[in-house]
Design a binder for this molecule. Structure first.
Ligand code: BGC
Length: 478
């Protein structure tokens, strides 16, 4: 069942590059056209960073780099995306339905997003040409299994072509099987609260691994499965309800969605009963991982945990309780994995709950404290607790001023290097995100990308932070 129709060989030959385009761009602020969407290099011509074609070979530049700033051999350097945030037209998903209902909790619908569904060949080529060696992206379950029990070979082949494109560009593939969005039919049946969910998910994992597994270098069962619990710790003051948590807000909107869709059991990843969702996800992780391993025992399997750099409030800190509640069960599960992906953006000062960001500190576009040191602290903690190799699978900053992103990466990586030098087993760093994309309920406003996207034309513009991080990746050194 579902054997690949046109097997794609795991070719390592480089079939296309955009080096010439980038070289041309370095000579002036050139806009090139590749495929259907144009590419531009922001500030091109002003910096040696974008003139990668003129640079010495990777080996020579690595040798020249200051050894004390070098990262371990074979370190993975990448960027991440998630299907629903970039592909566009994910019409069979639960989120699409939620985005389009009246009085939606989403600021705007995802629409065409970055049309990565069609433009992935040039996006993947661009990532490789910037100097990265890794791409993390996700499957959209609702495309692969749009109706319960029907698995689309055509959609599986789409993802197979994406994985093959990565290998053609020498990119290591980190594939997330589930990044928040769900097939609508699955959400209508109760999402992760449905007792049948783990088996339904395991069947999806088995079919997809059979079809794609030979091209997957690192598989992840779930993106941030601890989020439903984490939300309980975040206060979102609402008018007249200063103690209301995000969970309560989501609960209110869940009722509206159920009524609107006439689906009394509907539950998405974000909205539902946090504890029930957590239990469902833990069981689905175990079964999903088992299904993947039954098909490809050698494929490394893990998951990606959302972690803030938790620091105790001076009084009444419930930090240990938060850690046990949010991360505890997942750090246990990680011990039985081949690796743990950690995703961190900032710190949280933990009192009874996470305290509001203190007044006067620099905040990012989404209101989080600008705190790149979280990476060092979180990898130290996660590695000590889980005892398996760590991959930083998301880190970055929402900022319209790209120079803040450059500084963020510089400081985050300086801290990461300190941890590695102290013996913490970190195998890679993957930035969030490759593209300015659909930031869930906040719509397209927050800018996390190292590449800007003009939503009207789908034109991509590499930001200076993209060239900056790509050069670190190419040198494997700060
Ligand atoms: C998620 C991404 C999201 C990013 C920034 C992570 O929680 O995995 O999907 O866009 O954070 O908010």
């Amino acid at each position: 069942m579902n054997e690949p129709q046109q097997p794609v060989a795991k070719s390592k030959s480089r079939v296309m590059t955009r080096r010439s385009l980038l070289q041309a761009a370095s000579a002036g602020a050139v806009v090139g056209i590749v495929g259907t969407a144009p590419l531009a290099i922001a500030g091109a011509g002003t910096s040696a960073e974008t003139r990668r074609g003129d640079q010495p070979t990777d080996a020579a530049s690595a040798a020249a780099a200051d050894k004390s700033k070098s990262f371990p051999d074979k370190f993975l350097w990448g960027c991440a995306t998630a299907g629903h945030q970039v592909e566009g037209n994910n019409t069979n998903s639960d989120l699409w339905a939620m985005e389009h209902m009246p009085d939606s909790m989403f600021k705007e619908p995802s629409g065409d997003a970055c049309d990565h569904y069609h433009l992935y060949p040039q996006d993947i080529a661009m990532l490789a040409d910037l100097g990265f060696n890794t791409y993390r992206f996700s499957l959209e379950w609702s495309r692969i299994e749009p109706e319960e029990g029907f698995f689309s070979n055509a959609e599986l082949e789409h993802y197979r072509r994406m994985l093959a494109a990565c290998h053609e560009h020498h990119l290591t593939t980190l594939l997330t099987y589930s990044h928040f969005s769900l097939p609508r039919w699955f959400a209508i049946k109760g999402g992760w609260q449905n007792p049948a969910a783990p088996d339904l998910y395991a069947r999806f994992c088995e079919k997809t691994t059979r079809h794609l597994g030979d091209l997957v270098d690192y598989a992840s069962t779930f993106n941030e499965p601890d989020i439903p619990q984490l939300l309980n710790w975040i206060n979102l003051p609402m008018p007249g309800k200063p103690e209301a948590s995000l969970t309560e807000m989501f609960q209110a909107s869940l009722m509206k969605v159920r009524k609107h869709l006439n689906a009394p059991d509907f539950a998405s990843f974000f909205v539902g009963d946090g504890k029930k969702i957590r239990d469902g996800l833990l069981a689905a992780h175990a079964k999903g991982k088992g299904a993947m391993k039954s098909v490809r025992s050698e494929m490394p399997v893990g998951f990606n945990l959302a972690m803030s750099d938790d620091q105790p409030a001076p009084t009444d800190s419930h930090l240990a309780e938060k850690r046990a509640d949010v991360y505890g069960p997942w750090l246990e599960a990680a011990k039985r994995c081949d690796y743990l992906g950690v995703q961190t953006y900032s710190r949280a000062i933990v009192g009874k709950k996470d305290l509001p960001t203190p007044k006067g500190v620099e905040t990012t576009q989404v209101g989080w404290e600008y705190y790149p040191e979280c990476v060092e602290h979180v990898v130290r903690y996660a590695s000590k607790e889980a005892g398996v190799p760590i991959l930083v699978t998301e880190n970055g900053v929402a900022a319209t001023d790209d120079s803040r992103r450059v500084e963020y990466f510089q400081r985050a990586l300086t801290g990461l290097k300190r941890a590695i030098d102290d013996g913490v087993d970190v195998r890679g760093y993957v930035a969030w995100s490759l593209l300015d994309n659909f930031e869930w309920m906040s719509g397209f406003e927050p800018k996390f990308g190292i590449v800007a996207v003009d939503l009207a034309t789908q034109r991509r513009t590499v930001k200076p932070s993209g060239a900056f991080l790509g050069n670190i990746a190419r040198r494997n050194s700060l």
